[in-house]
Design a protein around this ligand. Structure first.
Ligand code: WT7
Length: 653
């Protein structure tokens, strides 16, 4: 969160109660009802979760709610057997629901496809059988690197159907990032495509995958989906014996593929995310807890009704897309809009034209997108009829009150509640959020905990304070089950504080007089750029790979649209080495190659030295002060105070 955001949030006192008409129709319509359900979820968890879990279909009922004997390695819904794809698809593909639209897809060029639940059921079975025909079995990990086309949803659900573990890699990641993830997860297959549209250009995914899986012995096949625009494939090379066209393989398989019955604690997916050390971690989620929690949060936070048209603008490559494009809404039998391209393609009215065309009623996006629209100007809204909207959501970073108000007035027409949802890749689903028919909202506050969530704000000593570290007192069903291949990292990252009694998400927060929680941003070395997590250590290790670089320090700075941007301080080898635009370009290219374009810093500053303590630790705090033009904090611990002046002069250059 930016300094400006913190200031504007601290001044915020406006209160927006849900409209009475909304509450009257909502699944939960009063604060008393919420409080009673929340109380029950904590005090009588067995009964609460039993009731809720009856809303899904289980092949076998669970007998034990939670096993914490190996804390913090929790197990939920023991003895239960189910299948996430069954609950998301099969359950709705019978009777009256079968012909309801499950996915309403729009490509960037304007092509559209609608898959009913029956269509989705058919497509998923065919995809699942294709995976099986290529040797994929229960427990195998499958990497998925696809654009936002319906086959992305189908591929994910097909994995879930046969008990294969999906590991979706956002299609903006580089070949190197694909390789890291494929090797770490030991994926046997990558599913990719011949192309996808992004801002008028075709993404050449296949060659990126080719480069990424080069030399990865675990990979047996690359399955290539044809985007099928106008029936013609984008040109791409197929490697004999390894690469398979999906449409060809799919033509050979059976139409019928049953869902396998999985244990609640069988792995559903891995999703890699950045932390404060160099290497991304594979966050593990299992079938039972994740299914139930995403189902329940989608139902109540988005107040999903049969007639809703729900659109979450995230990419399936991130957790938001997993939980709230696919599993959450589909388990609720919702109609989900999926859009392939950029918000400003061909111009910044695109989102609003989609809302109007498909009569979107529930819309979920990120503050960075809202700020981009504010910047592009209100004229792009003028021609669109946004009257179908009834509920808005925000996720990914703290929303500044200015953006909240714009969203409320310009998009919501002053009548739609806004749910500001706080959660993480690790939490699987939304933990802190208003309920739209219940909670009077305040611009910038994620407000109150969801059912089953016991949130606290603590200081380092574990005392409750009004401003400090966000902490969650007990596990909830969709808590990560660990970091793939590194149980110690799981324990150290999330459970090292407060004697292991609280989960530590890495965020700072405060609580106001009404008990509302205001999450203010990360307290670790993770930067939130446009709602995407980038570890500063990850970037620093990229820079030091360059032969001219001795050391680097990367920090997050406020950014008008992205929320935070990255600034890199780079120390060159050799006493008199000077930076140049050329070197800057080389470093940017290196970031693009190792991580992806989206991780490129706003600025790279070459410096003769970095501010260090006498014990040699880089003082990032001072770098942040320089970059934000603030008065410098305590510099007495600096080994060489003159470093600061020269850096300051450079920064303001
Ligand atoms: C981090 C998680 C959850 C899906 C998208 C990002 C920040 C997320 C909010 C919010 C304040 C938020 C936190 C969190 N964050 N939502 N509503 N208010 N901060 O998932 O990449 O796992 O990042 O995003 O700092 O820890 P992620």
């Amino acid at each position: 969160m930016t300094i400006e955001n913190i200031e504007s949030v601290l001044k915020e006192s406006r209160l927006f109660p849900p409209p009475a008409e909304f509450s009257a129709e909502a699944h939960i319509g009063s604060m008393e009802a919420y409080k009673e359900m929340h109380r029950r979820s904590l005090e009588e968890p067995e009964a609460f979760w039993r009731e809720v879990s009856d809303e899904l279909e289980w092949f076998e009922d669970w007998h034990t709610l939670v096993d914490d004997s190996e804390k913090p390695f929790f197990k939920w819904f023991l003895g239960g057997r189910l299948n996430a794809c069954h609950n998301a698809v099969d359950r709705h593909a019978v009777g009256a629901m079968a012909n309801k639209a499950a996915i309403v897809w729009e490509g960037e060029p304007g092509d559209t496809r609608v898959l009913t639940y029956r269509d989705l059921h058919r497509e998923v079975q065919r995809f699942a059988n294709t995976l099986k025909s290529l040797g994929i079995q229960k427990g195998d990990t499958v990497a998925i690197y696809l654009p936002m086309i319906p086959e992305l949803a189908v591929a994910v659900l097909a994995c879930a159907r046969i008990g294969a573990v999906h590991s979706v890699i956002f299609a903006g990641f580089s070949a190197d990032s694909i390789r890291d993830r494929v090797l770490d997860a030991k994926s046997k297959m990558v599913i990719t495509g011949d192309g996808g549209w992004r801002r008028g250009k075709v993404l050449d995914l296949k060659s990126i995958v080719d480069e990424g899986v080069e030399g990865c012995d675990c990979i047996e096949h690359v399955l290539v989906v044809r985007r099928d625009e106008f029936g013609e494939a984008f040109p791409c090379e197929m490697k004999d014996g390894r690469d398979v066209w999906y449409h060809e393989a799919a033509a050979e398989v059976d139409a019928f593929c049953p869902c396998v019955s999985l244990d609640s604690e069988d792995l559903l997916f891995l999703l890699y995310t950045s932390g404060s050390t160099g290497k991304p971690k594979g966050i593990m989620h299992t079938v039972g807890g994740y299914s139930l929690y995403t189902y329940l949060t989608a139902k109540y936070v988005f107040d999903l009704k049969p007639e809703d048209v729900y659109w979450c603008t995230a990419d399936v490559g991130w957790i938001t897309g997993h939980s709230y494009i696919l599993y959450g809404p589909l388990q609720n039998g919702a109609t989900v809009v999926m859009y392939e391209g950029a918000p400003n393609a061909p111009d910044p009215s695109r989102f609003w034209k989609i809302v109007e065309k498909h009569r979107v009623s529930v819309f979920y996006t990120a503050p960075t997108a809202i700020r981009a629209f504010m910047k592009w100007g209100d004229e792009w809204l003028e021609d669109a009829d946004l009257g179908s909207l009834r509920l808005l959501g925000s996720v990914g970073e703290p929303i500044n009150p200015e953006a909240w108000m714009w969203y409320h007035e310009k998009i919501g027409g002053g009548r739609c509640p806004i749910v500001d949802t706080w959660w993480q890749t690790e939490t699987g689903g939304i933990l802190i959020t208003p309920l739209p028919g219940v909670t009077p909202t305040k611009p910038g506050s994620a407000t109150l905990p969801f059912f089953g969530v016991d949130a606290a704000i603590l200081n380092a000593a574990g005392e409750e304070v009004s401003a400090g570290l966000l902490a969650i007192r007990r596990p909830w069903p969709s808590i990560l089950r660990g970091v793939w291949g590194d149980p110690e990292r799981y324990q150290k990252t999330y459970w090292c504080n407060w004697d292991g009694e609280f989960y530590f998400p890495g965020d700072g927060a405060r609580r106001d007089d009404d008990g509302y929680i205001w999450v203010v941003g990360r307290v670790d070395d993770v930067v939130n750029v446009s709602g995407h997590r980038i570890g500063t250590a990850e970037l620093e290790s990229v820079f030091v790979e360059h032969p001219s670089v001795a050391e680097s320090a990367v920090i997050g700075v406020p950014h008008e649209v992205k929320g935070q941007g990255l600034v890199a301080f780079v120390l060159l080898r050799g006493k008199d080495a000077e930076g140049s635009d050329e070197l800057r370009a080389e470093l940017n290219a290196l970031v693009e190659k190792r991580i992806g374009k989206f991780a490129r810093p706003e600025r790279i500053l070459f410096s003769a030295d970095l501010p260090k303590t006498r014990s040699g630790k880089i003082m990032r705090r001072l770098l942040r002060d320089i970059a934000t033009g603030q008065a410098l904090g305590n510099v007495t611990t600096l080994a060489d105070p003159s470093v600061i002046d020269s850096l300051k002069a450079k920064y303001t250059d």
